[in-house]
Design a binder for this molecule. Structure first.
Ligand code: CO
Length: 445
C-alpha cells in the first residue's frame, strides 16, 4: 500500500500540468515495453503487444489488442482525465504598479480560488520555440520552474475585516500572481509576455532567448510537494494530500493496472484524457473523436470487419475513473449519509438518476460481484437528492462509443482545491480492482 502511495506522490510531483502528466505516462508506457504510434504514420500491430497514441501532447490512448478478434472478444477500457483546475498565464496580461510585477491569469476549470492565496507558486507548461536549424518549423519544450516563482497575497484582515464571512476573489483584479518587486531591473519597459520569457530563458538549462519562444501554455501550480500523512501506525500513511489528485490518482491507478496486465483473448485499453475540467470538447478530450478514432483504426489495421466493430462495442466495458466526493465530517448536512463514501473504505461507484454518471444497475451489479470476489470493498456515491453532482468523462464516452460504462472513483476531500486528499488504502484498492477488470472483465452476454 505504501509503495503505491509513494509512487503516486512521485508521479504527482513530476506532473504539474497535463503536458507533464502525459509525458510521464508516455515514459512509463515506453519503460513497460509499449511502442508509440504516430497518428500521421501507418500502423503495424502485433496481437497482444502494447502500443499507445498521443494527441495534442496531453491525451494518450494505450492498448493491447486481444488474442481473439475484437468482434468475438470485445475490449475492456479504463479512462481518467489528465487535467486539473488551476491558474493559466494570460499572454497579454502583465501588470506593473509601483514596480510590483504581476502576471495575469485565467481560471482554468472550477478551482477553489481562496486556496491559491499566500502559497508559494511554481510555473510549468509547454513552450513552442522557433527552430533555428529549420526555418519555419517549431520545437516543443516542456518547462517546469521546479521552484516557487510567485505568490498571490491576501489583503490583511485589518483592511478587510469581513474576509472570514466570505470574500469574492475577482480573477482579473485579485489573482494576478506577484512575481517581482525589483523596480528598475528586468523588463521594466518590456511588453506582455516577454518579461516572463526572459525569466524562463535565464532559468532553464536549455539556453533559450526570449524571442525564440513563439507561444506557450503556462500554468502556476502549488510548489509544495505531495505529502503522506495521518497517525495510523506503523505505516503512518492514512492520507495522501497533494495537488491534482483529481484525477491523476485515477490515471496512476489505470497506468499501474494496464502495465501489469497480461495479454488475453479480449483487448485492453487505457485512456488518459485532457480537457475534462473544461467540458472535454477539444480535439483530444473525451467528447472528441480521439478514443473512437483509435479503436476504429485498430479494427481497420487488424482486419476487423465493420460489423465486427459494432459487435465489439456491444461486448465491451468502459470503466470511467474520476474522484468521488468523500464524506467531510465538518459538513455532514451536504451529504446523503448512507450514500457518501468514507475515506479508507474503498473505491466509490458513482450513481445519478439523471445520468450525470454513466453507471446503470447492470454494470454496477457486475462490478460489485467482481469486487467481492477480489475482496475489494466498494461504496456508493450519490449526491443529496436536492443537489446536482458534477459530471465525468463517463456519460460522453458511453454516448460516443456505445459501450457500457461505469463511473467509479477515489473518495476525495476538497475537490478542486489547490491540494486535495485521498486515502492510501483506497488507492491500493482501486489498483487491485482495475487489475481484476483487465484480467477477468464481467461478461454482458
Ligand atoms: Co475529476
Amino acid at each position: 500500500m505504501k509503495e503505491y502511495a509513494t509512487d503516486l506522490c512521485q508521479f504527482l510531483d513530476a506532473s504539474p500540468t497535463s503536458f507533464h502528466a502525459a509525458d510521464n505516462i508516455r515514459s512509463y508506457l515506453l519503460a513497460h515495453g509499449a511502442q508509440e504510434l504516430d497518428e500521421a504514420a501507418s500502423w503495424q500491430i502485433e496481437p497482444g503487444a502494447p502500443y499507445f497514441v498521443c494527441r495534442s501532447g496531453t491525451s494518450i490512448v494505450a492498448f493491447r489488442t486481444g488474442l481473439k478478434s475484437m468482434g468475438d472478444a470485445g475490449l475492456v477500457i479504463a479512462g481518467a482525465h489528465t487535467d486539473s483546475p488551476g491558474l493559466k498565464v494570460r499572454p497579454g496580461m502583465h501588470k506593473q504598479n509601483q514596480g510590483m510585477v504581476r502576471i495575469g491569469v485565467d481560471v482554468y476549470g472550477g478551482a477553489i480560488l481562496s486556496a491559491w492565496l499566500d502559497r508559494p507558486l511554481a510555473l510549468a507548461g509547454r513552450l513552442f520555440l522557433r527552430d533555428s536549424q529549420n526555418p519555419g518549423r517549431l520545437k516543443t519544450l516542456l518547462y517546469n520552474s521546479g521552484k516557487p516563482v510567485g505568490i498571490i497575497p491576501n489583503l490583511a484582515i485589518h483592511l478587510n475585516r469581513d474576509v472570514n464571512r466570505g470574500f469574492e476573489y475577482n480573477a482579473a483584479q485579485h489573482l494576478p500572481v506577484l512575481v517581482s518587486c525589483q523596480r528598475e531591473k528586468r523588463g521594466a519597459q518590456s511588453s506582455a509576455l516577454s518579461w516572463l520569457y526572459e525569466f524562463i530563458g535565464e532559468e532553464t538549462s536549455f539556453d533559450i532567448a526570449p524571442d525564440e519562444i513563439v507561444a506557450s501554455d503556462l500554468f502556476f501550480y502549488d510548489a509544495q510537494k505531495s505529502a503522506m500523512l495521518g497517525v495510523q501506525l506503523p505505516s503512518g500513511v492514512d492520507f495522501i494530500n497533494a495537488p491534482h489528485l483529481d484525477d491523476l490518482a485515477g490515471c496512476h491507478a489505470i497506468l499501474e493496472a494496464f502495465c501489469s496486465a497480461q495479454p488475453d483473448e479480449f483487448g485492453q485499453v487505457a485512456c488518459f484524457l485532457d480537457s475534462e475540467e473544461i467540458g472535454s470538447m477539444t480535439m483530444q478530450g473525451a467528447d472528441s473523436s480521439f478514443v473512437r478514432d483509435v479503436l476504429a483504426r485498430l479494427a481497420i489495421v487488424t482486419g476487423v470487419s465493420a460489423e465486427d466493430f459494432y459487435r465489439m462495442s456491444s461486448q465491451s466495458l468502459f470503466v470511467s475513473l474520476d474522484a468521488a466526493q468523500g464524506w467531510n465530517p465538518a459538513y455532514p448536512e451536504k451529504y446523503d449519509e448512507k450514500l457518501s463514501p468514507l475515506l479508507s473504505a474503498g473505491p466509490a461507484i458513482k450513481i445519478n438518476a439523471n445520468q450525470r454518471y454513466a453507471t446503470d444497475s447492470q454494470v454496477e451489479s457486475l462490478i460489485t460481484m467482481l469486487a467481492s470476489q477480489e475482496k475489494v470493498p466498494l461504496q456508493r456515491y450519490m449526491s443529496k437528492a436536492d443537489m446536482q453532482p458534477g459530471s465525468t468523462i463517463g456519460p460522453m464516452s458511453a454516448a460516443r462509443l456505445g459501450i457500457r460504462t461505469i463511473d467509479i472513483g477515489h473518495p476525495l476531500l476538497a475537490m478542486h482545491s489547490i491540494r486535495e486528499t485521498i486515502s492510501a488504502f483506497d488507492h491500493a484498492m482501486m489498483i487491485q480492482l482495475l487489475k481484476a477488470v483487465y484480467k477477468s472483465p464481467p461478461s454482458f452476454h
